[in-house]
Structures are given as structure tokens and as C-alpha cells.
Design a protein around this ligand. Sequence first.
Ligand SMILES: Nc1nc2c(c(=O)[nH]1)N[C@H]1C(S)=C(S)[C@@H](COP(=O)(O)O)O[C@H]1N2
Ligand SMILES: [Mo]
Length: 444
Amino acid sequence: MPGRDRRRGGATAVPAFPARLWRALERARPPGFGRTRAWRSPLRGPWLTSMFGSVLLAALPVVIVTGLVSYVAYAPWFGQAYPAHVGWLRLPYFTWPTRPIWLYRLNQGLHVGLGLVLIPVVLAKLWSVAPRLWAWPPARSLAQVLERLSLLSLVGGILFEIVTGVLDIQYWYAFPFDFYTAHYFGGWVFTGAFLAHVTIKLPKLVRALRSRSLRRELRTSRADTRPEPPDPDGLVAAEPAPATLSRRGALAVVGGGSTLIAVMVAGQSIGGTARRVALLAPRGGYRDTPEDFPINQTAAAAAIMPADIGSGWRLTLTSGTRTVQLERPQLLAMAQHTAALPIACVEGWSTMQTWTGVRLRDLAALVGAGHPSSAHVRSLQRGGAFNQATLQPNQIRAPDALLALKVNGTDLPLDHGYPARVIVPALPGVHNTKWVRSIDFRDS
Ligand SMILES: Nc1nc2c(c(=O)[nH]1)N[C@H]1C(S)=C(S)[C@@H](COP(=O)(O)O)O[C@H]1N2
Ligand SMILES: [Mo]
């Protein structure tokens, strides 16, 4: 068969290793590797691999870009992104806008939601190229050594991102390193390998997609399913078994898996009744009523003491040498503003609520900061990574940027930050500091 000949020809066309090295590799074969005849599914072939590949080609750039955008949204120039120092991987920074208010909500919903939905497609694509991943000897030439190394970053990279990402949103910190740092650098490793892989494989992908008609595949039953013609890469089984599933069946299994995941996570962004079927989302179990919406960290978990938030509580405002202290009734006596704004967590969940409180810019003016260049907000919470945040000028100036005292018409519940919390349009959830103790405005 011409395909078989081409496969052999392909291997010798590049300068190969000396025969001695080859024999040594052959002797060192680990169990399970190099058993080309053991892979017998008649579905494997360039067309099926390219179907999964084209889905990933279209969707993974969205996951990558939203991940990087989220890093910038944290305002890394204030030293409050993770990791804080990224060396020459520094992105072009830009001021994170406050409009549209759903910007961060959309960004994180896409990053986390799409990332989860693509897991079945990634697994299916890995399954479709499995004979290549278990090939032995692992490489026959220097060019193939390089290819194998790039595949290691590609496959290892995406599996690492999936595992760390999923464990993080499930609050299962099973790993001994910082999640954000690992996920950030892992993301770059994967992105580099992804770009190289797409550049090398794109012509093959286009050719393979053209080799069969999707519409015809969707009409082909299991009984009529035949292997693709032998290919130079050896994806097609040398001794294919009879089909136990049609290609349309395989696409349906993968598509069905992705749809199921979509149903089980979309609710954490949409809210309402949909949140109740968001079984994969750790913040799924809320009724989404004015009194019962998602909480990131409870007051008990944050060790907020009743004495700290009683009648002795004061908000301390500073700017330069000026200091103003306000009790809660004094804050309530100031001009109140109401706005419907989302809390959108980096973990993908979000919730829309109606907040009432004092505008941050009014608080700045009170302490003489007419044009603040930043606001440093501190919480009563003593430890933890989320007990302070720095806001950009536009996040102080925005008319809907509030120090909220109420939500949905009643006093803030303790778990949502009583006596006062920050709520700013389009701000990453983590910077909406709860149980606020002080705000320091820097004037420019
Ligand atoms: N002091 C303090 N503020 C905090 C947090 C915290 O743990 N401590 N969590 C932050 C995070 S990560 C999010 S997503 C939001 C969640 O607000 P909620 O618990 O009212 O829903 O609060 C932010 N503010
Ligand atoms: Mo969060």
C-alpha cells in the first residue's frame, strides 16, 4: 500500500540516529510503549483528530487571552497580581475599565466555563493520537527529539492547566505550590507549545478536514464505518478492529460530555434557578434571593470579631497628613447612591445584587483628595491574601463605585462585609474588600 511505504520513507527522510543508538533505545523500551499493533480502533485517523483539533484551535485562544486579561485586570502595577514578578513575561498593561460593568464577569465566565467545557475535547484528541504518544523509539532523529519535547510541553502543559484550574475552583489545594504562579507560568509554557504546534500542523489539519465530508460522516452508521486510509503519521491503525461506534457516535459522546459540563457550570454565572443545577460549581448551592447569594469567605472563616464591628467601629480615611474618622450613622447620613453591580470572582462564579452606600469619590473629597491616583483599602480581617486592595483612579471616580452599607435594601449581612464593603463596577471580585477598616487616598 502506498501509505505504508510513505510512512517508512518519512522516517528515513531526515538524518537518523546511528544504528547503535537505535538498538540501545529498542532494548530500553518501557512496558506499554511501541506496541503499534495494540491500537486498533478503526476511528483513529487524521480526519477525526483534525475535527477535535479544529474545535480546540477555535476555542483555546479565547481561554488563553481571557486568562492573560484577567492577570492585567488585577492591576499588577500595584503589586497585586499573582505572581507579582513575571520578568520578561510582562504583558502590556492597561487601565482596567469600569464599563461595561459585566466585563470581568464575562471574562472569567469564559475563561473558567470554556476551559471546563473543552476538557472532553482535549481528552478525545489525546485519545485519537495515543499511538503516537506511546511510540518507541521516542524519536529517530534530532528533528523528532525537538518535536517530542514540544509535544511534552503541549500535552503536559494543557493537562497541568486543567488539573490546577479544576482543583483551584474546587478549593482543593492538593499541590505544594501557589496556584496562581503555577497556572500563570504553566499557561505560558502551553501557549508557546500551542503556537508552535498550530504553525506546524495547520496545513495537515486543513488537508485532513477536506479529506472527508462531515455531513456524510453524520449520516454513516456504525455498520458502515470504515477506517481512514493509512496515513504517513501512523494515526490509522495498522490492523483495525471492527467498529464498535460510528464517527458520528464518537462526536456525539464528546459533544454530549461538553454540553453536560456546560449545563453544570453555566448556572454559576447566570444565577437564579440555573445556579441550582450548577453541580460542578462550588458556589452553586445558593437560592439567589436578596438574602441568600454566594459568599466567598464567611465572617467566621475570616475571624471577624463581634467587638470589631459593633458600635465602636470607625471608618478611617486618610490622604497625606489628613485623617477623618466616621461612624456608621455618619456614613448613612451622607449622600447615598444605589447601583446594581455584579460580584465576579476569578473562579468563574458571579452574582448581580443591588448595593447602596457612599460614593468612593465623595469619601476622597471628604479627606481632601480631589484627584486621587490610588486608594488603598484595608479590611478588619487580620490575615489572608484578600484583606486589602488598591484601586485605580477610574475605579475611585466611577459614579457607581461605592463603599456599600446596604445590599438589596437592607444592612449588609455580616458574611457580605458588614459594616461596610467596597463594590466597584467591573472590578475583579477579590478587590471588593469586605469588613473595611480604612481607605488611604493618594493624591496626584
Ligand atoms: N476582607 C475580605 N474581603 C474579600 C474577601 C475576603 O476573603 N476577605 N474575598 C474576596 C473575594 S475573592 C470575592 S470573590 C468577594 C466575594 O464577595 P461575597 O463573599 O460578598 O460574595 O469578596 C472579596 N472580598
Ligand atoms: Mo474571588
